[in-house]
Design a protein around this ligand. Structure first.
Ligand code: ADP
Ligand code: MG
Length: 380
């Protein structure tokens, strides 16, 4: 965890916001977005895109990079954080920012507050950045394949987490209440409890053991496996009730690797109880005991999150849950993207969608300042 570059974001004008969003749209198909493509997508009436791009680089929301064959702009972490936090702020889900409270394997966790001032939890998904693993490629507008980017992976990770958390919460599972999500950010209830990693004593060890095993079985009977059921992803309330967190890697019990991950989750609990509490029991669930009672796994795929099988593949691969699929063709960045009218039209349409909501709101100087102060003060 390094210190965040201290950035001096001034208030972003609607043109800045448009240009920043144009780079995001361009990055759906290219690792780097060359200036002319950015200009075509942003479609500013006044022109002057290049000056704005330079300014956004100065404020570290964008960076200008040299690719193997062509140069272009990309969003930085800060730029992506900014876009997501701006959306969440505009729709009133967040109104102030607090401190970082946790760092996970693939995320940073912060306390923020909603409009009533209630503390809530913000999880920023950060995938595929530190080590650029060989992610399954996907086709772009040109019919070429390129590596799935951190932007794409972090976004589908957050989407998948929100989808699972919602389906679980609706069924009364002990999980945080999901509040909202945008891009790579998830907002959820702040759990009032202790991370299991910090718990070294329990009033009723066998009871908590049973609660956890019953939770694994109840998930299984609903058609899902958590897949990372360990003390880092379990919290305990003051009255000793477990709460499960961290869902992007969950999978269906119908998945070909399901039994492996079910057994691994069960073994994790047994190991943890042996190690921490000297407790061993011959009583533990088997995959073959599961009785399908619900289709939570299917629901996550049909509830309008736009989640495809291909996305699931890419993500589970990134989480190391499934083997990497051989890349049919290598990543590109060999030729500068040409200006394909269909691509530009599609990007412009998405851009208008993004900015029209923000432009329909009164000037948001106050909330932009809050986001700026937050980004300045936090570490990532
Ligand atoms: P990762 O996917 O990176 O492992 P997690 O969702 O497991 O991220 O969160 C990392 C840590 O942040 C957790 O171990 C926990 O201590 C804390 N945390 C996460 N979500 C919450 C929450 N809703 N309330 C309180 N603390 C949380
Ligand atoms: Mg975790």
């Amino acid at each position: 965890m390094g210190k965040l570059n201290v950035t001096v974001l001034r208030y972003l004008t609607r043109e800045d916001f448009r240009v920043l969003t144009a780079i995001e749209m361009g990055m759906k198909n290219h690792e780097l977005v060359p200036g002319p493509l950015a200009a075509a997508i942003a479609n500013l009436k006044t022109g002057g895109v290049h000056k704005l791009l330079k300014e956004l680089c100065k404020h570290k929301l964008l960076s200008y990079e040299r690719g193997k064959k062509y140069d272009g702009y990309r969003l930085t972490n800060t730029g992506y954080d900014y876009l997501a936090l701006k959306s969440l702020t505009l729709r009133g889900s967040v109104s102030s920012f607090g401190n970082q409270i946790g760092i996970g394997k693939e995320s940073n966790i912060y306390v923020v507050a909603d409009e009533e001032g209630t503390p809530i939890c913000l999880k920023l998904h950060r995938l595929g950045r530190t080590c650029f693993r060989n992610v399954k490629s996907k086709r772009d507008y040109h019919g070429r394949r390129h590596k799935a980017s951190w932007l794409y992976l972090s976004r589908i990770s957050a989407t998948r987490e929100f989808a699972y958390m919602s389906a679980l919460y609706d069924r009364g599972f002990p999980v945080p209440r999901p509040i909202d999500f945008n891009r790579h950010c998830v907002l959820m209830e702040l759990v009032n409890g202790w991370p299991m990693t910090q718990v070294h004593e329990l009033l009723d060890v066998p009871q908590v053991y049973d609660d956890l095993m019953n939770l694994i079985v109840r998930l299984g009977n609903s058609g899902v496996i958590h897949g990372d059921f360990n003390e880092f992803n379990l919290m305990l309330t003051d009255d000793g009730k477990p709460i499960l967190i961290d869902f992007p890697q969950m999978m269906s019990t119908a998945h070909e690797n399901a039994q492996f991950f079910f057994d691994r989750d069960v073994t994790c609990v047994r190991e943890m109880f042996r190690r921490k509490f000297g407790y061993e029991s011959e009583d533990y669930p088997k995959f073959s005991d599961l009785v399908r009672e619900d289709d939570l796994d299917a629901e996550v795929h049909c509830t309008g999150y736009g989640f495809t099988k291909e996305m699931e593949q890419d993500l589970l691969q990134e989480y190391g849950m499934i083997d990497e699929v051989e890349n049919a063709e290598e990543e590109t960045n060999d030729e500068p993207p040409t200006l394909v009218p269909a691509e530009i039209d599609e990007c412009r349409r998405q851009l208008e969608n993004e900015v029209s909501y923000s432009e329909s709101k009164p000037t948001q100087q106050k909330s932009d300042d809050a986001i700026r102060r937050y980004i300045e003060s936090c570490t990532q």
